[in-house]
Design a binder for this molecule. Structure first.
Ligand SMILES: Cc1ncc(COP(=O)(O)O)c(C=O)c1O
Length: 449
């Protein structure tokens, strides 16, 4: 984990930063307690050991991807200034960096003229998108699939907008026929298309949803918090490729740099195709917008204070790894998808497992075969623990029975959901580790069955 080269790059960069303030009179900060700092920092390190090893390829459980070293270092560097991107008064340099970095993200969806900014994460970004939707279509219903992120329902409640779930098909995608039926009843303001669901990475059929919009005129919001960056990849299956090819036609898009964009937490991004959405945010701030007549990011976002360090980290990462098709960053995502396919094929070829459906992105779900769904669910938890003992860290998910229908055979359906194992293979290194992951999983399963 420790990388001396990175640390000395940070020291050099800090000296460069310092040089920019050389005109100030000499000044020593005397932060209280500084003499005890090293001990407290070591105690902090000890407390932090009580985590799964998220940074390691054998951590293949939840959506946890280590930030790129340049993001970590740029964030730390910016901490010496601690800029606030609410207003140019608080973060002139980092506000400019945010605008540049966000424009680069919008460009991957083909957007040149748009409105967008960073925010605390996917939940906050979706809140902004649905808030705008609600302002434009007051009182109208928000629809999202049963596999959409749970926060859409909660956000709609916060915004006091009616919310309804649309059933999914057997592959975890929104059932378009059910959607069409619901839309025909009327009063729908916005359809949330999830392009990469949290549980299985399933991609809603965006072209069909866009075709319904043509007829019925609702807004389409793409929750691409997880999947958005896959628009840059070239090894998607047909459904996902069709959806990502049309994602720029959504009215708003959420994409999370702190998921697949190699950023530390606290970095979500919301984008609106129509820059006129900016008028909805209009407010006066008697405290802050003094330093220029130029746009302050606080004038187009719901949050007030926001870390400029997040913008510095994102800007630096995109300088190092530009968001281009075939670039190193895109290749890293393609490797994750390949790793998921390798693991899926191993599982499919082994009679001990059930595999639901092939992964669309880099998430694989699977479960041990047993006489009943409840027994398979129990064995899932035992395999999860046996794998963790071998330092292979997976996740557990609760998924509806129809996802497994093709695989269940005579298994007794004594529960409505199956507790299954879930592996998010989001690190580029996972492709090199796929065989090792399989071996450890296979050993753990042999121990349990
Ligand atoms: C599709 C999707 N949307 C929204 C969210 C919420 O994002 P955050 O945890 O950054 O608030 C997640 C989180 O996993 C997600 O997968």
């Amino acid at each position: 984990m420790l990388d001396q080269k990175s640390l000395s790059a940070l020291v050099d960069a800090l000296k460069r930063l310092d040089a920019g303030f050389a005109k100030l009179p000499e000044y020593e900060s005397d932060a209280p307690g500084i003499a005890r700092l090293a001990d407290v920092l070591k105690a902090t390190a000890e407390r932090l050991q009580d985590n799964f090893p998220y940074f390691h390829p054998l951590y293949a459980g939840q959506m946890l991807k280590p930030p790129h070293p340049v993001a970590r270092l740029a964030y730390a560097l910016a901490m010496w200034i601690n800029p606030n991107n609410h207003a140019l008064d608080g973060g002139r340099a980092t506000s400019a960096m945010e605008k540049e970095a966000v424009a680069e993200i919008a460009a991957v969806f083909g957007w040149k003229h748009f409105l967008g900014h960073l925010c605390g994460g996917g939940t906050m970004a979706n809140l902004e998108a649905l808030w705008v939707a609600g302002q434009l279509q007051p009182g109208k219903t928000i629809l999202a699939s049963e596999q959409a992120h749970y926060t859409h329902k909660r956000i709609s409640a916060v915004l006091q907008l009616p919310f309804e779930s649309v059933p999914c098909d057997g592959r975890g995608r929104m059932d378009v026929a059910a959607l069409a039926k619901r839309i025909a009843h009327g009063d729908v303001g916005t359809v949330v298309a999830t392009t990469g669901t949290t549980a299985t990475g399933s991609v809603d059929a965006l072209p069909e949803i866009l075709a319904l919009r043509e007829k019925h005129g609702f807004r389409v919001h793409a929750d691409a918090a997880y999947g958005g960056y896959f628009v840059l990849t070239q090894n998607l299956g047909e459904n996902a490729a069709r959806a990502f090819a049309r994602i720029g036609e959504a009215d708003s898009i959420v994409i999370d740099p702190h998921k697949h964009g190699l950023q530390p937490y606290g970095c979500g991004c919301v984008l609106f195709r129509d820059p006129a959405a900016g008028r909805l945010y209009r407010h006066d701030s008697p405290y802050t917008y003094f330093s220029s007549a130029e746009l302050h990011l606080g004038e187009i976002s719901l949050e007030c204070s926001r870390p400029g360090a997040a913008a510095a980290a994102l800007w630096a990462t995109q300088k190092l790894l530009p968001l281009t098709k075939k670039g190193e960053f895109a290749q890293g995502l393609e490797r994750g998808t390949k790793a998921a396919r390798v693991l899926f094929e191993k599982l499919k070829g082994d009679a001990r497992f059930m595999t639901a459906f092939p992964p669309e992105l880099d998430i694989v779900v699977f479960a041990p075969r047993a006489a009943s769904v409840s027994e398979a669910s129990r064995l899932t938890r035992l395999i999860f623990e046996a794998a963790a003992k071998r330092q292979l860290h997976l996740a557990v998910a609760e998924l509806p029975i129809p996802f497994w229908e093709e695989d269940l055979g005579a298994m007794k359906r004594d529960r409505e959901t199956l507790t299954c194992l879930r592996s998010v293979l989001m690190k580029p290194e996972h492709l090199d580790w796929a065989e090792r992951i399989w071996d450890l999983l296979s050993e753990s399963t042999t121990e349990v069955l």
